[in-house]
Design a protein around this ligand. Structure first.
Ligand code: ADP
Length: 189
């Protein structure tokens, strides 16, 4: 199995690159943001629980997110591997993921971090807000809060995966194709 964590701040291009990695390596793409948005649309109890956090640019509580992620993995027993996009976002999520993967006899293969400077992130998110229909992309204050939460709670995961020698950085600036090529190169090593 090949299990990839695609890592980076909001607006780094994780979703775009995840789609391409999924096709190239025949992996199941699990985006926690997409799963939450789907649940909000369908007004499930999970969606209702998550919405108030997402609208403010806060993280959905670990307990809820970890449970959801595990059940998504379990619902794809045929999969050759997963690409985790937007998960883990806290140390607690990362260690829960390691323990869970271990319990099903697998592990994280690599964590690929997309490096993009903060100024570019804000530009991309505001541009996406014009067509994404995502309320959390429209408001500069909410975007700023998401980046703040990333720096405060998520950025430390670079160290977490570094300690396991699984952290690989890729320059996230340039054309989408260029970035895809850089990511593929890391994954094919
Ligand atoms: P982006 O990376 O562009 O900010 P996502 O689509 O990955 O957007 O996530 C949107 C929102 O969903 C986040 O701001 C957060 O509220 C919630 N979310 C997504 N993944 C997680 C997670 N792993 N833990 C907690 N909250 C999450």
């Amino acid at each position: 199995m090949m299990n990839i964590v695609l890592f980076g701040p909001p607006g780094a291009g994780k979703g775009t690159q995840a789609e391409r990695i999924m096709n190239q390596f025949n992996l199941t793409h699990l985006s926690t943001g997409d799963i939450f948005r789907e649940n909000i649309k369908k007004e499930t109890s999970l969606g209702i629980a998550a919405k108030s956090f997402i609208d403010k640019g806060e993280l959905v509580p670990d307990e809820v997110t970890i449970k959801m992620l595990e059940s998504e993995v379990k619902s794809h027993p045929e999969s050759d591997g997963f690409i985790f996009d937007g998960f883990p976002r806290t140390v607690q999520q990362a260690s829960a993921l390691d323990a869970f993967l271990n319990s099903i006899d697998t592990s994280i293969t690599k964590m690929i971090a997309l490096d993009v400077p903060e100024k570019e992130l804000i530009k991309r998110l505001l541009a996406r807000g014009k067509y994404s229909g995502r309320a959390d992309d429209l408001d500069a204050n909410i975007i700023a809060n998401r980046i703040h939460v990333y720096l405060e709670k998520t950025a430390v995961l670079a160290d977490y995966y570094n300690k396991q020698k699984k952290h690989f950085s890729v320059n996230g600036l340039g054309s989408i194709d260029d970035i895809t090529n850089r990511v593929f190169k890391e994954l094919e090593k």
